[in-house]
Design a protein around this ligand. Structure first.
Ligand SMILES: NC(=O)C1=CN([C@@H]2O[C@H](COP(=O)(O)OP(=O)(O)OC[C@H]3O[C@@H](n4cnc5c(N)ncnc54)[C@H](OP(=O)(O)O)[C@@H]3O)[C@@H](O)[C@H]2O)C=CC1
Ligand SMILES: O=C(O)C1=N[C@H](C(=O)O)C[C@H](O)C1
Length: 232
């Protein structure tokens, strides 16, 4: 498969190595918005850039009918517009706030726990995410996905950074050293606490998941998520 990497930083470099180990050809390594020429006949684009660049990058690829796997976080206000373009152009788009297989299992676990906890009184929920000091967005895309999973399955109506009022789910975002990504969900009562936690030891799991998603999406049309790829 011919893969174009749009965004070639910490993630792009690891995806490059994993893709080659899986016998794919990297036909472009870009640090700016692509043109059809610079995409060099790619079968699929893997996009890990930054919140300001993602929308335009994805739009160019979809308009040229190249499927896109996007891992960039912090641009979700424009996601509906991208999904509309993907459908209109009969192209394919998949966004994942976190491509690690473990986190996608964690998402399902979190939704089930939220359902269970909504049947008992006396517990309140909070999220915490810890990332490296270079991260541009807060809260993390993963924390937003976790919060959405809780909101769909509980009394919480919205999420908010830091301190909250009733029916708001608090997310605490901590920036520390070179932490690759740690996410915890706490349910606390007067007498005890339940915690579920995912800790990424490095970025390899994110990168592998993105390559698996790219292998899966080629030849498909529509808007997808990692749930489709993993059959969850
Ligand atoms: N979904 C997931 O599983 C994961 C998502 N992420 C997300 O992925 C994104 C990238 O993370 P990471 O690789 O760590 O970040 P980096 O900052 O290391 O890399 C970003 C890259 O994008 C390049 N870039 C800048 N402007 C553009 C542009 N207009 N078009 C294309 N590329 C551009 C940068 O180039 P230059 O250096 O020249 O500025 C750099 O090479 C972030 O949003 C992060 O939150 C990260 C890990 C996992
Ligand atoms: O910026 C990062 O590094 C990460 N970003 C993603 C997010 O915002 O959730 C995924 C992962 O946690 C690493």
């Amino acid at each position: 498969m011919k893969i174009a990497l749009v965004g070639y930083g910490k993630m792009g470099r690891i995806i490059d190595e994993i893709s080659q180990n899986r016998n794919h050809e990297i036909v472009a390594r870009l640090k700016q918005t692509p043109t059809i020429e610079s995409l060099n006949h790619a079968d699929v684009v893997i996009e890990f850039s930054n919140p300001e660049a993602a929308f335009e990058n994805i739009k160019v690829c979809l308009e040229n009918n190249i499927p896109v796997i996007c891992g960039t976080t912090g641009w979700l206000d424009k996601k509906l517009e991208i999904e509309r373009i993907a459908l209109q152009k009969n192209s394919a788009f998949l966004y994942g706030s976190n491509f690690s297989l473990g986190v996608n299992i964690f998402f399902a676990l979190n939704e089930n726990l939220a359902k269970l906890m909504s049947n008992v009184s006396g517990y309140s929920c909070q999220l915490e995410e810890i990332h490296h000091i270079h991260k541009k967005d807060a809260p993390s895309g993963t924390a937003i996905s976790i919060a959405e999973g809780i909101i769909e399955n509980s009394k919480y109506e919205a999420w908010k950074l830091d301190e909250t009022k009733d029916h708001e789910l608090g997310i605490f975002a901590i920036r520390e050293d070179e932490v690759p990504g740690t996410h915890s969900v706490f349910y606390r009562s007067e007498v005890d606490e339940i915690e579920i936690k995912h800790t990424a030891y490095n970025r390899n799991g994110f990168a592998l998941g993105a390559v698996i998603a790219a292998e899966w999406i080629v030849g498909k049309q529509g808007v997808f998520s990692m749930k489709d790829v993993l059959g969850l």
